[in-house]
Write a protein that binds this ligand. Sequence first.
Ligand code: HEC
Length: 117
Amino acid sequence: MTRPRLGFDRALAGLLLISAALATTSLASARAEPDAAAKTRLTHLLVQDCGSCHGLTLQGGLGKPLLPETLADRSAEVLAEIILDGIPGTPMPPWRGLLSEAEARFLAETMKKGLTP
Ligand code: HEC
């Protein structure tokens, strides 16, 4: 008997990979603003990993759209808290430990600006 699959396995595998990749830098730069290389890496994470649930263009999928217009009523601070704490009772996972506060803040600002220039 096969059960329906929603891509959780892939998302979880992704989480483990990011966890390994980010562990060092997150600890080293918990507060500092991400440098240019980190911003490139984080934007890649936003597309590939957040995008695995929210859609590769962040238009929504399993997770809600993460577009400037849908996020306009929330501040970057609030969005960074959502990213760090997740949304209990939903598949939205907490990223604290994988992302520093500054990194979550950068992702929130990137989502509010929009991915396309
Ligand atoms: C395993 C799937 C999954 C992954 C991976 C994921 N999310 Fe989510 N996310 C969700 C779901 C599902 C929701 C909607 C929860 C609900 O019902 O309120 C959500 C909600 C959100 C919200 C709130 C949106 C709103 O309009 O209220 C934000 C912000 C968010 N995610 C950002 C991110 C970011 C940034 C990442 C990557 C660092 C990420 N998510 C990775 C599943 C995921």
